[in-house]
Design a protein around this ligand. Structure first.
Ligand code: ASP
Length: 611
């Protein structure tokens, strides 16, 4: 019988009661499908689960029965019980069945499976429910494409590897709660229907039915509420909370995501870093069994940019950026002579890269996302002599000097980029990551956390010609820099910090402004009028007039942190019901239109395209 006919067999025979509800007194199972071992040999057991697959081998039929806990092999013997064996042969994939039988030792054991030493010699079988043929195979290596699996996410979640990601997430949440509760934090829920928060992304809005023309905004984070909780004297707050940001689509970004959001009173920056380094250590220990001996490095933003070309350096490997501008300018090599900045990395052991590989790297740096104009290379041969793509312009001494600055030895390849300082550093940072990838230095089983500190408070935006808060407008400037707030805003550093793991920003936060004068100064610098500031954040500014304690906090991207702990950079795999990269939920098919009645109630008119 082929699969399709097996699958529909039970439906085609109306006379057969093909599924049943057990009487209240009978139990569905005595054990789970992941539980039985050789020590249960000879026991009579009842199991319930899904048929993962069945195989007919000669006179025997083997069925893999699956539930959340594992897989147990069922065996049916034609000689011993032909009717039962025939019944087993007709089970379709994903049928829900209950079996009773005897635990027996397997003749050929599968030591990869927890239950691999035993099988159940089935004595009785009940079909609890049938199933349509699933649209993809529900096994670790499935044949289903992304979109199909998203549409049938509940089936995808039956796969052991997907389920284990969700279980990892659960454990992360429990352990975060355990640590924070142990440190005296109080978990407080904050509202979801609010008004704009200061993270600076676009809001999702919800129209009000009771007040047509007015809208709630969904929180980009509970930022203002957690600060109000500090004013309220809660002292230590946390929440594992959904946040919403209507940002442009990018691979692996979700419009709704989860933060571990935290705030503390009467603390300095060091207290926060120590407290949350504690959280990171706790999670690494409990989830990964990893203990970090050393303190997490604390790297100033300026150093991260200068040596890694990014504010989230991947410090699993070296290959840091060195500036070589002074050493190579003025050799009549136009790309270098016209550049504000020239930087290099030394790709360890890449001296043997072929023409083709170097061309590919040139293509890589020229991609619009990277934006470099070209790549100049210089390799150090085994005898210490050097060869470069710009040989014509550089003497042997020049090349040796470059190698010296970039710390390149025999067998290494120096890769150089030139241009405007910041852009070139960013491009070198990308090139460094690419080389790290090519050289296998970005091992997902190695974890290298660090704190990036001393961020600039403000960021100049060319397009709008004004300063923006790099973090958000409640971030405190470093006291020693406040004097420059009006005269030279770009020079002001913030008491802000990020936790970075393996080149990914896992969390960020800051010490907050808690006095009205500094807050007004900040709003003025950001170009807010007094009225605008009052309109948007008046409730917080008012609260600050009633004795706001010094406070600060941090929020961690929970989806991303879980993904990293799972050795992946795809957050979607760690969210039970994610959106696709078009921000759609293809399972429930949303966003979707709503009924005219609903629009009327909300006082909304949908503009037809082009009007
Ligand atoms: N609310 C900030 C964010 O979501 C984090 C913080 O400052 O605590 O980025």
């Amino acid at each position: 019988m082929n699969e399709k006919s097996a699958q529909s067999y039970y439906r085609l025979l109306p006379g057969i009661a093909y599924f049943c509800y057990l009487k209240k007194s009978e139990m569905y199972r005595t054990h789970t499908c992941g539980e039985l071992s050789i020590s249960n040999k000879g026991e009579k057991v009842i199991l319930s689960g899904w048929v993962q697959r069945s195989r007919d081998l000669g006179g025997m039929t083997f069925v893999d029965l699956r539930d959340r806990y594992g897989i147990t092999q069922l065996v049916f013997n034609m000689e011993m019980n032909a009717a039962l064996c025939m019944q087993a042969r007709k089970l379709g994939r994903e049928f829900v069945v209950q079996v009773s039988g005897l635990v027996a030792e397997r003749s050929s054991k599968n030591m990869k499976l927890a239950t691999g030493e035993i099988e159940i010699i089935v004595e009785d079988i009940t079909v609890l429910n049938t199933s349509d043929i699933p649209p993809f195979t529900i096994e670790d290596n499935t044949d289903g494409g992304d979109e199909l699996r998203m549409k049938y996410r509940y089936l995808d979640l039956r796969r052991q590897n997907v389920r284990s990601n969700i279980i990892l997430r659960h454990r992360m949440a429990q352990e975060a709660r355990r640590y924070l509760d142990g440190q005296g934090f109080i978990e407080v829920e904050t509202p979801v229907l609010i008004k704009s928060t200061p993270e600076g992304a676009r809001d999702f809005v919800v129209p009000s039915r009771l007040r047509n023309g007015e809208f709630y905004a969904l929180p980009q984070s509970p930022q203002t509420f957690k600060q109000l909780l500090m004013v309220a004297g809660f002292d230590k707050y946390f929440q594992i909370v959904k946040c919403f940001r209507d940002e442009d689509l990018r691979a692996d970004r979700q419009p709704e995501f989860t933060q571990i959001d935290c705030e503390m009173s009467f603390i300095h920056q060091d207290d926060i870093l120590n407290m949350f380094e504690g959280l990171a250590r706790h999670l690494f220990r409990e989830i990964k069994g990893l203990v970090f001996g050393e303190e997490f490095p604390r790297m100033p933003y300026e150093e991260a940019m200068r040596r890694y070309g990014t504010d989230k350096p991947d410090i699993r490997f070296g290959m840091c950026i060195t500036e070589i501008t002074a050493a190579v300018r003025g050799r009549n090599f136009p790309p270098f002579d016209s550049a504000e900045y020239i930087g290099a990395i030394s790709a360890t052991g890449c001296g043997g890269y072929s023409r083709k590989q170097l061309d590919e790297l040139t293509d890589f740096v020229r991609r619009p996302q990277i934006g470099a104009k070209g790549l100049v290379w210089a390799r150090v041969d085994a005898d210490g002599t050097m060869k470069s793509s710009a040989d014509k312009y550089f003497s042997a001494d020049d090349l040796l000097k470059i190698a010296g600055l970039a710390d390149a030895a025999a067998g290494d390849m120096v890769l150089m980029l030139a241009g405007e300082r910041e852009k070139t550093l960013t491009a070198l940072g990308e090139l460094r990551l690419e080389m790290g990838r090519q050289l296998g230095l970005r091992d997902s089983t190695v974890y290298a956390p660090l704190w990036v500190v001393d961020f600039p408070l403000l960021e100049w935006d060319e397009e709008t010609g004004r300063w923006y808060a790099k973090h958000h407008p409640f971030t405190a400037p470093k006291p020693e820099d406040i004097q420059f707030m009006e005269s030279d805003p770009g020079r002001v550093h913030a008491n802000a910090y990020d936790l970075v793991i393996n080149g990914t920003e896992i969390g960020g936060g800051s010490i907050r402004i808690h006095d009205p004068e500094t807050q007004s100064l900040m709003f003025r610098t950001l170009g807010f009028t007094e009225e605008e500031a009052q309109k948007q954040f008046g409730f917080l500014l008012n609260a600050f007039r009633f004795g706001a304690p010094p406070h600060g906090g941090i929020a961690f991207g929970f989806d991303r942190w879980t993904a990293i702990m799972g050795g992946s950079d795809t957050i979607r795999d760690f969210i039970a019901f994610p959106k696709n990269n078009q921000a759609r939920d293809v399972m429930i098919d949303t966003p979707a239109t709503i009924k005219q009645e609903q629009l009327d109630e909300l006082g909304l008119v949908i503009r037809k395209e082009g009007k």
